[in-house]
Design a protein around this ligand. Structure first.
Ligand SMILES: Nc1ncnc2c1ncn2[C@@H]1O[C@H](COP(=O)(O)OP(=O)(O)OP(=O)(O)O)[C@@H](O)[C@H]1O
Ligand code: SF4
Ligand SMILES: [Mg+2]
Length: 441
């Protein structure tokens, strides 16, 4: 992985020396680190060389040749080794990066990176309201759809955050905001510490490379007029630095192999594949640019159960091998539990409960989460009371006019007077071990 794009780059050192070697060739020494770090000491041209050096090393999947730094050699001291985090070393030496990986679905083959504590994505007070207008010639705003209404989240490197909630609660809107595909009404999303909505030009392009999406519908998300080879190679046209033209076909073959498709898929069209195979093509396309984060917006809901399991296992294996972080959006509680380290439960544009997967699934504190989980039968007579089926009355309220106070109060079996007056904050309360937005957890 490149210096600029490696997840560990924030901790790496960076240096760049430029000059002519005795044989008259230009020489560039590049050690890991974001290219921006080189600004102080180097010219623009030099920075371009450094970046090119990093890119070519990245595209070959090998480490660049490091030359000894002159001042260190003169002083007799060894040049300090650039710092790299353990995870970045793992990624670089990953067999799949060297193109020798057997299909990623074979279990028990890979090292398991533990999620780092450092968040790669931090969402604060995120709000997205869509105006509702009336009138043909003169448009009048008559209201606002509060699709996302004050969401706070963190995604750590190498972890999977499951987002679950019923239809219309704002999951896909949140996904689009995380990709900077839409601008928010308020709030920030920080990727590696930088506000993505303040990014422009090159920086935004780099973000788009590092954050990818797998879409829900494998039928409509692939262009039926393009071959699978062209679909998977398409991101390289936008980011040629990742794979130079001559290498693209080989790289696409590698990607298809990683997602468990045979290389002869390259020249076939999407309609010649099953739903599960198409979703694998979508995943290969998302992996093409070697992202750090993949937002999976209901990637298995259009698939039948056995194929769902295959795709979920594939995603889990890829995460282990490539050190990816996922935001995994789904309706299916079992699927979310299977793949997630942490879970966030969404209701009407807000997160109502969040925490480690075992805490949320085994000790849910919000009545909405309990109702969702109680819909899954538990074959255990000693199971806690909350596992008995709670049927929620009515439909979710309209996001155009959400209820005052707690948004869940119109359907909550535990509702009290105060719930209409005060909106509960998402916080950990006495007697609980994770945050939830309920006055009476
Ligand atoms: N571009 C838009 N303009 C106006 N309203 C929108 C727009 N996009 C989404 N919405 C509204 O925002 C709300 C949330 O939509 P969103 O697609 O995020 O829900 P979701 O949780 O992904 O639902 P599902 O599970 O069905 O995919 C819905 O009420 C929807 O009608
Ligand atoms: S705050 Fe009140 S209405 Fe909201 S979930 Fe808790 S008990 Fe139910
Ligand atoms: Mg959706």
């Amino acid at each position: 992985m490149t210096s600029a794009s490696s997840p560990g780059s924030g901790t790496g050192s960076s240096s760049c020396t430029r000059g002519r070697s005795p044989n008259g060739r230009r020489s560039v020494t590049c050690t890991r680190g974001p290219p921006t770090r080189t600004r102080g000491g180097c010219s623009r041209r030099c920075r371009a060389w450094v970046r090119a050096g990093c890119r070519s090393f990245r595209s070959r999947g090998r480490r660049p040749i490091r030359r000894r730094r002159r001042p260190a050699a003169r002083s007799g001291r060894a040049a300090p080794a650039p710092r790299r985090c353990a995870r970045s070393r793992r990624r670089r030496s990953s067999p799949s990066r060297r193109g020798t990986t057997p299909p990623a679905t074979s279990p028990g083959r890979c090292t398991v990176p533990e999620p780092c504590e450092e968040p790669i994505l931090r969402v604060e007070g995120l709000v997205k309201h869509y105006p509702v207008t009336r009138g043909v010639l003169v448009k009048r705003a008559v209201g606002q759809v509060r699709a996302v209404d004050g969401v706070d989240l963190e995604l750590r490197r190498g972890e999977t955050l499951g987002v679950v909630g019923e239809s219309g609660c704002g999951k896909s809107t949140l996904a689009r905001l995380l990709l900077a595909a839409e601008r928010p009404t308020a709030g920030t999303v920080r990727f590696d510490g930088r506000d993505i909505f303040a990014m422009r030009g090159r920086e935004l392009r780099a973000l788009r490379r590092r954050v990818q999406i797998v879409l829900q519908d494998p039928y409509s998300s692939l262009n039926p007029r393009m071959t699978v080879g062209d679909i998977v190679a398409e991101p390289f046209a936008v980011h040629p630095e990742v794979a130079p033209k001559g290498e693209r076909r080989r790289r696409v073959r590698e990607l298809l192999e990683i997602v468990g498709l045979s290389p002869d898929a390259l020249d076939r069209y999407p309609h010649q594949f099953s739903g599960g195979q198409r979703q694998r093509v979508g995943i290969a396309r998302a992996l093409a640019l070697r992202p750090d984060v993949i937002v999976c917006d209901e990637p298995v809901s259009a698939l039948d159960v056995s194929v769902q399991a295959q795709v979920l296992n594939l995603l889990a294996d890829l995460r282990r091998e490539l050190g990816l972080a996922y935001v995994f959006i789904a309706h299916d509680l079992a699927a979310v539990r299977h793949i997630s380290d942490r879970v966030a439960v969404m209701y009407l544009g807000k997160i109502v409960e969040t925490g480690d997967e075992t805490r949320v699934y085994e000790r849910p504190t919000h009545p909405y989460t309990r109702a969702l989980l109680s819909a899954v039968p538990v074959p255990d007579p000693d199971a806690p009371d909350w596992t008995r089926r709670t049927v929620l009355d009515g439909d979710p309220p309209s996001p155009l006019d959400p209820p005052s106070g707690c948004r869940f109060r119109t359907r909550c079996p535990q509702v009290r007077d105060v719930c209409a007056e005060r909106e509960p904050a998402l916080e950990e309360r006495p007697g609980t071990d994770h945050p939830s937005a309920c006055h009476f957890p």
